[in-house]
Design a protein around this ligand. Structure first.
Ligand code: RIB
Ligand code: CA
Length: 318
């Protein structure tokens, strides 16, 4: 069993990642922290609590709101992708009796800020925690700044982010999470913990198609939520990426913790562009075996897409 912290900017695919993590017996979610990215960290925290309530599970992990703004840049959000509530519009869905299908969460936030919750969780479980970051790396960087000695006791970091031999999705060369806070990303890479990037190179190899969901919403509350939360997200991909489905960037990053054999990766030396006008947020690395004189990260270069999708559907379309 792996102890994990999920640090996310809960939008649609972050919510799906939360569901997958909470329904994977291989993982124990010790804490969830939110960071500004897809939306502000406070709305991401509300979305996280709402998603957790859908599960109907006891003993839910603490959820804390983290950093509201990147280290240096101003915040860029993606509400056009994830919907006005950054949760596919589920907060605007109604029951026949006029009540909300997904009411405001009754669960409360942990009183600590997200960075302190990360630090306290690492302190509780030194050398055991896998930190899975599915948003900009602002919280992780702030935790390193606030208590570097404590963050040395993180076992490993898995980062949904980067685009190495693939185009970016926010600029031609930059992936969104890295683009929002490139300074945080470079600081995290420089810190030197075991770190694996799960970049667009692999996450765009998997598409959850509308047909994978159609007709399954009646299976139960969680399947209904997956169908509801992905509706607008699929519409965006249909218009923007010309396929009737959606990417699962963040669930793939969780799946790496569940079953590392699902993805292939190489060791390399990664740098993040923090100053370029045209190339800001670009992740730069030579992925050819043995070409990097130094190594500071692993970068995923391949994925068993079919096996991942089977695992995802089996665990969240319940
Ligand atoms: O580029 C995709 C990533 O940016 C995903 O984590 C998505 O949720 C957004 O945070
Ligand atoms: Ca995300």
């Amino acid at each position: 069993m792996k102890r994990i912290i999920l640090d996310c900017d809960t939008g649609v695919d972050d919510a799906l990642a939360i569901l997958l993590a909470m329904r994977s017996p291989e993982l124990r979610v010790e804490a969830i922290t939110t960071v500004s990215g897809n939306t502000r960290a406070d709305q991401a925290a509300r979305n996280t609590l709402l998603t957790l309530e859908v599960l109907g599970q006891p003993n839910l992990p603490p959820v804390a709101r983290g950093e509201m703004a990147p280290l240096e840049r101003s915040l860029l959000t993606t509400l056009e992708v994830h919907g006005g509530d950054c949760l596919g519009g589920v907060t605007r869905m109604w029951q026949p009796d006029g009540s909300r299908r997904y009411p405001e969460p009754r669960l409360g936030l942990d009183p600590r800020d997200g960075v302190d919750l990360i630090l306290d969780t690492v302190s509780r479980f030194p050398d055991e925690v896998t930190l899975i970051a599915t948003g900009p790396l602002t919280n992780v960087a702030r935790a390193i700044i606030r208590n570097p000695a404590r963050m040395r006791r993180v076992k490993e970091i898995l980062v949904m982010g980067g685009a190495f031999r693939a185009y970016g999705n926010i600029t031609p060369v930059a992936e969104f999470n890295l683009y929002v806070d490139p300074h945080a990303a470079q600081l995290v890479v420089d810190f030197g913990l075991p770190l694996t990037f799960v970049p667009l190179d692999v996450t765009e190899q998997v598409c959850l198609m509308r047909g994978d969901i159609a007709g399954k919403a009646e299976r139960g509350r969680i399947a209904r939520f997956v169908a509801d939360v992905t509706g607008e997200y699929i519409e965006f991909h249909t218009r923007h990426d010309d396929f009737e489905g959606c990417y699962l960037h963040d669930p793939i990053t969780v799946a790496l913790a569940v079953d590392p054999s699902l993805l292939q990766s190489v060791e390399t030396y990664v740098q993040v562009e923090t100053a370029g006008d045209v190339t800001l947020g670009q992740t730069v690395a030579d992925l050819r075996p043995g070409r990097s004189p130094r190594v500071n990260a692993r970068v995923c270069t391949g994925i068993d897409a079919a096996r991942f999708l089977d695992l995802f559907l089996e665990r969240v379309m319940a």
